[in-house]
Design a protein around this ligand. Structure first.
Ligand code: 13P
Length: 253
């Protein structure tokens, strides 16, 4: 039996105003309360940057952790519009997502940049959720495993541990599309990702959580979350509804 706990993580992306963030985080906290005992999984929400402090205050005395959706690789300085991982930590975060495919595609983030972000996030005391995953063209060319291995090799810090790192496998073509790989494919890819991680950090790889992301919803959650090398989900659209987010978590109870 794996000692890895299941992590149910919501990436709210650029959605909602403060009132929505207040309602959503409050509703998730209320569901945990009603459940009446410590849920079997870990919870994380990643609100838009400007809502982090508000959400952090709401979930302060709950088991819900808060994360940023991105950070800069510099501690401080002339980087207009960017956010340092130290600022995220200061605002109440314990996690930060780095290398999401939307950052890689829309902001030209390379493995080198993602690596630097993960390293500084760790130094700042944040757990980095490092995202990897192939595009549709790469999938069609049979390159899924190669792409994931290259991204693990290039964007995971050499001193990554289960304490400071989570990996999220998110096939780009499955994000927001309603399409997903088969459970068999997800398990096979996660196994290869763990092997690539082991080549980099040794036996510690067995303790690192590897999340699946891409069109996770209540109806397919159990299928993915019961796979041996899937240790949680990074959820976009369905994390914006407390009922759906909770239903996905419930699939692990
Ligand atoms: P969806 O769950 O909306 O497909 O988004 C997945 C994702 O990108 C989470 O980071």
């Amino acid at each position: 039996m794996s000692e890895r706990k299941i992590l149910i993580a919501g990436n709210w992306k650029m959605n909602g105003l403060t009132k929505d963030a207040v309602e959503l985080s409050g509703s998730i906290a209320a569901k945990i309360d009603v459940y009446g005992k410590e849920p079997e999984c870990e919870f994380l929400v990643c609100p838009p940057t400007v809502q982090i402090s508000t959400v952090a205050e709401i979930v302060e005395d709950t088991m819900i952790a808060v994360g940023g959706q991105d950070c800069h690789f510099a501690e401080k300085g002339a980087h207009t519009g960017d956010t340092s991982p130290y600022m995220l930590k200061d605002a109440g975060c314990s996690f930060v997502i780095v290398g999401h495919s939307e950052r890689r595609a829309n902001h030209g983030e390379t493995d080198e940049i993602v690596l630097k972000k993960a390293e500084l996030a760790n130094t700042a005391g944040l757990k980095a959720i490092i995202c990897i995953g192939e595009t549709e063209a790469e999938k069609d060319a049979g390159k899924t495993i190669d792409v994931c291995k290259t991204q693990i090799g290039g964007s995971v810090p050499a001193n990554a541990t289960a304490e400071n790192t989570v990996i999220a496998y998110e096939p780009v073509w499955a994000i927001g599309t309603g399409r997903t790989p088969t459970a068999e494919d997800v398990q096979a890819t996660h196994k290869e990702i763990r092997a690539a991680l082991a080549a980099k950090i040794g036996g510690e790889a067995d303790k690192v959580q590897i999340l699946y992301g891409g069109s996770v919803k209540p109806s397919n959650a159990k299928e993915f979350l019961s796979l041996p090398d899937v240790d949680g989900a990074l959820i976009g659209g369905a994390s914006l509804k407390a009922d759906d987010f909770w239903a996905i978590a419930e699939a692990t109870f």
